[in-house]
Design a protein around this ligand. Sequence first.
Ligand SMILES: NC(=O)c1ccc[n+]([C@@H]2O[C@H](COP(=O)([O-])OP(=O)(O)OC[C@H]3O[C@@H](n4cnc5c(N)ncnc54)[C@H](O)[C@@H]3O)[C@@H](O)[C@H]2O)c1
Length: 328
Amino acid sequence: MVLRKFNRNSKFLITGGAGFIGSNLADFLLGNGFEVRILDDLSNGRKANIGELKSKYDFEFIEGSIQDIDFCKAATKGVDYVLHQAAWGSVPRSIKMPLIYDQVNVHGTLNMLEAAKENEVKKFVYASSSSVYGDEKSLPKFEGKEGKPLSPYAITKKVNELYAKNYFDLYGLETVGLRYFNVFGRRQDPHSTYAAVIPIFVRELLQDKAPTINGDGSQTRDFTYIDNVIEANLLSCLAGKEASGEAFNIAYGKNITLNELYKNICDLLNKDINPSYGEPRLGDIPHSLADISKAKKLLNYDPKIDVFEGLKRTMEWYVNNLSEEVKL
Ligand SMILES: NC(=O)c1ccc[n+]([C@@H]2O[C@H](COP(=O)([O-])OP(=O)(O)OC[C@H]3O[C@@H](n4cnc5c(N)ncnc54)[C@H](O)[C@@H]3O)[C@@H](O)[C@H]2O)c1
């Protein structure tokens, strides 16, 4: 496995480690005996994620914001690899409050790049997003053919990519951008008003309520199971210089409609509830499907878990860990 290729003394900084993706990365690395430091301001992530990790492992948690360069410098000191996940997510929320998205996602990421450069980290791997494809209609999406961004969130991710490339070109900081496509899995928060579609469906169904599907449900998404994303992050740390300054689609490479997704979740949760249908959401794209050949070639990325297996594992987790909490 990829882990064997790391020096056992490697030290990782995970920003946004209290969040969905960051806490899964931390759990995996700590569980495999690596040293991990987390920087998170707990603005969106779940304190429970840090508590759960603390109950299992010994690691350093810095509660602070990437908007503060001093926290970024302290957090990157002595670190080999940065896995930068901290950001404000959600397209609809970014349309409501664009300023905070610029402050955290753009300025915060620039702070992290500057701190990583100063502390000479080996690799700066960061979360970008499929939203950078914007209004580009052709499918599948491949790197180099992006359209106009449709939301402040998408703009922040695009700017991140520009800065990351610039830091490699100008200063030699080895950056790798990962354009995640609809990630799902254990620990994805169902409680937020701006929760993602899978946790929303689960939250409503576990309370025997009918979830709302925005639009007619024929939209497609390339849903990507969390373990594939963990693998992509680790492979990026080890990638050759030809991957530096670049951004890669990280997905499974197949898409399903929201209606299919809904039916699958109902079957797994043993629920027979018809969804209601609402207005399409502003800033949403109708279809999404990734071409993952660039990541396959330059990162050796080879996702193992498809959406159906991923949903099975995820539903088991929600039922075992969140059933009571969700019903409250
Ligand atoms: N989940 C997805 O499907 C998806 C898709 C595309 C891209 N992404 C990107 O992946 C990354 C992780 O997403 P996630 O789903 O785990 O989100 P999340 O909201 O669960 O986690 C983000 C974490 O960042 C932290 N954070 C926010 N602002 C911060 C700040 N100023 N300083 C320090 N920490 C801060 C939050 O507290 C939270 O713990 C984000 O950059 C997101 O934009 C996610």
